[in-house]
Design a protein around this ligand. Structure first.
Ligand code: ADP
Length: 485
C-alpha cells in the first residue's frame, strides 16, 4: 500500500486485507483434495470474496495426458444466480447479526471473525451441494474429460497450462468441450506444485455487470498462488496419511509373521532341548568326554536360541495387544544376579573380561518378578560383555535411596553416542546395522528389558560416553522390612 491517505485507497487496502484473511481461513481448513477443490471454487463464487459467477477446476492427469473435471460451482442463468444469492445473503445477514451479538457480549472480535468466515463458506458449499433447488446448477464433480493432444493451441486449457500467469480468455473456440460450465470472458490459471501441473482453475463473470478487468485478474492470480501452496500441503498430508496406513499394515503383518514364526520354532526347539538333555544325562548310554563336551555346547546354544525365540514372541504378543505376565514378590537382586552370572560368563569367549558386583554391606529386597529380573539382567549383562572388544570390566552396583534401589550395570565397552541413546530401546534398532557388523544380536534385548520393567513397574535410564563405556541403571521399589545381610 502507498502512503496515500486517500480514503478510497484506504478502503481498497482494507478490502484486500479482508479478502486475504478470508482466503487464509478458508484454505487453511482443507486437509483433503476434495475439500480443497470445493473451498477454492466456493471462494471464487462467493459474492463476499471474489464474486465470480461460476468456477470450475479441472485435474490434469499426466499419465493419460487428459484434463478431468473435478468441480464446477455456479449457475446456469442470471435469474437462478440472483435467487440463489438472495437466499445466501439472508443467511449471511443472520450470521452477521449472531456474530455481532457475540462480539458485544464477549468483546472477542478477532476470534469471532474467522469463525464467521468459516461458517459462511460451509454454508455456501452446503447450499451448492445439498439444497434441492440447486440441483440443476450444482455441477460439482461433473464428468468432463478432455484429451490434451486433441486441443488446439488457443484452447483455454492449453493457454492456462502453458502460461506462468493467469490469463483473461475471450476468443471463440477457446472453450471447446467446456461450454456447459463456463462462458467467455473468463479467467483461467494453473495450480502447480512441486510435482508439476496439478490442474486448471477457471472462473467466469457472466452474470456480473462489472465484468472482467486487470484487477480481477491480479486477484485471481493471487488466489492461485495461495491455493497452490495449500495444495502442496494437502498433497503432503494425503501422502503421509497413505504412508502411515501402509506402514501400520506392514507393521501388523510383521507382528503376525513374528508371532507365527516364533510359535513354529518353539515346538521343534523344545524337542531338541529335551533330547539333548536326555543324552547329556546319559539316559541313552554312556558318552565319551568329547561327546559330552560337544553336547554341552549344543545345549547352551539351543537354550540361547530358545530365549531369543521367547523374546520375539513376547514382543509380538505385546504389540498385538497382549500383556507381559509378571508376579511381583520379594526378590533378592544380588541372588538373581548370581544365578545369571554363569550364562553371561559363557558369552565372554576368549576375551579377558571381569564381571563382578561391587561389594556392599547390605542389599535390600525389592518388589519384582524373579524370572523377569533375571531376564533383564541377562540382556543388560550380555550387552555389556558383547560391546567390550578385547578386555575390560563389567560391574554391578547397588545404591538405595528414598525407598528405591538403583542397580547400576556398568561396562568399559565401546559406549553409545548421544544421538543413538534415544533410539536403542526401539525394537530391532542397532547402532551398527551393517550385515558385516562386528557385534551380533537382533536389536531386541533392550526392547524386552523395557517391556519387562514396565510390567514390573521398574525403571531404567542410561548414561554413556562413546569410547569409554555405558552405565544402565535400573530402579525398583525396596521392600521396607526386608534386609539381606
Ligand atoms: P542387540 O541384540 O543388538 O544387542 P539391544 O536391543 O540389546 O540389541 O541393543 C540395541 C543396541 O544398543 C545395540 O545393537 C547396541 O548398538 C546398543 N547397545 C546396547 N547396550 C550397549 C552397551 N552396553 N554398550 C554399547 N552399545 C550398547
Amino acid at each position: 500500500m502507498s502512503n496515500s491517505s486517500d480514503p478510497q485507497e484506504v478502503e481498497r487496502y482494507q478490502q484486500e486485507l479482508n479478502l486475504l484473511e478470508q482466503v487464509h481461513v478458508a484454505l487453511g481448513t482443507a486437509s483433503k483434495l476434495d475439500d480443497f477443490y470445493l473451498i477454492t471454487a466456493s471462494l471464487l463464487v462467493d459474492p463476499n470474496a471474489f464474486g465470480y459467477s461460476r468456477a470450475f477446476i479441472l485435474r490434469c492427469d499426466e499419465r493419460c495426458n487428459t484434463f478431468i473435471g473435478r468441480v464446477a460451482l455456479g449457475l446456469k442463468t442470471a435469474e437462478e444466480d440472483k435467487e440463489f444469492r438472495n437466499s445466501l445473503m439472508e443467511e449471511t445477514l443472520h450470521l452477521q447479526e449472531l456474530v455481532k451479538a457475540i462480539e458485544t457480549d464477549s468483546g472477542e472480535a478477532h476470534a469471532i471473525q474467522p469463525l464467521y468466515d468459516l461458517r459462511y463458506h460451509t454454508l455456501w458449499i452446503e447450499m451448492l451441494q445439498a439444497d434441492s433447488k440447486c440441483e440443476d446448477f450444482n455441477l460439482a464433480f461433473r464428468d468432463v474429460s478432455l484429451h490434451r493432444d486433441g486441443l488446439p493451441s488457443n484452447h483455454l486449457l492449453e493457454i492456462a497450462a502453458t502460461s506462468t500467469r493467469a490469463s483473461l480468455i475471450e476468443g471463440d473456440g477457446a472453450l471447446d468441450g467446456l461450454e456447459d460450465f463456463i462462458s467467455t470472458p473468463c479467467v483461467a490459471g494453473r495450480l502447480i506444485t512441486r510435482r508439476g501441473l496439478h490442474g486448471i482453475v477457471i472462473a467466469d463473470c457472466s452474470f456480473e455487470s462489472d465484468g472482467m478487468d486487470e484487477e480481477r485478474l491480479y486477484h485471481f492470480q493471487w488466489l492461485l498462488n495461495h491455493a497452490s501452496v495449500t495444495l502442496e500441503n494437502v498433497e503432503l498430508v494425503e501422502d503421509l496419511t497413505a504412508t502411515t496406513i501402509r506402514l501400520q499394515e506392514m507393521d501388523r503383518l510383521k507382528t503376525n509373521f513374528l508371532s507365527i514364526v516364533s510359535h513354529e520354532l518353539r515346538t521343534p526347539l523344545t524337542s531338541i532341548i529335551g533330547f539333548v538333555h536326555l543324552l547329556l544325562n546319559e539316559k541313552m548310554g554312556a558318552l565319551t568326554r568329547p561327546q559330552l563336551d560337544l553336547l554341552k555346547r549344543v545345549s547352551q546354544h539351543s537354550s540361547h536360541l530358545q530365549s531369543m525365540v521367547n523374546d520375539i514372541l513376547e514382543i509380538a504378543e505385546v504389540e498385538g495387544g497382549g500383556m507381559v505376565n509378571v508376579m511381583l514378590e520379594h526378590v533378592d537382586p544380588l541372588e538373581a544376579f548370581l544365578s545369571v552370572l554363569p550364562r553371561v560368563e559363557n558369552r565372554r569367549g576368549s576375551r579377558n573380561i571381569v564381571i563382578e558386583p561391587v561389594l556392599q554391606d547390605t542389599v535390600p529386597l525389592v518388589w519384582a518378578d524373579q524370572n523377569a529380573l533375571e531376564r533383564v539382567y541377562y540382556h543388560l549383562l550380555e550387552n555389556a560383555v558383547k560391546f567390550i572388544p578385547t578386555e575390560g570390566r563389567v560391574t554391578l552396583e547397588f545404591n538405595e535411596h528414598e525407598g528405591m534401589l538403583d542397580i547400576a550395570i556398568q561396562d568399559t565397552g565401546i559406549g553409545i553416542s548421544e544421538e543413538n541413546l534415544k533410539k536403542i530401546f526401539d525394537h530391532f534398532y542397532q547402532v551398527d546395522f551393517r550385515l558385516e557388523r562386528v557385534y551380533g544380536g537382533m536389536g531386541i534385548g533392550l526392547t524386552v528389558v523395557k517391556l519387562l520393567l514396565d510390567a514390573m513397574k521398574g525403571r531404567i535410564r542410561v548414561e554413556s560416553t562413546e569410547g569409554q563405556g555405558s552405565r544402565f541403571i535400573l530402579s525398583f521399589p525396596v521392600v521396607p522390612t526386608g534386609r539381606r545381610g
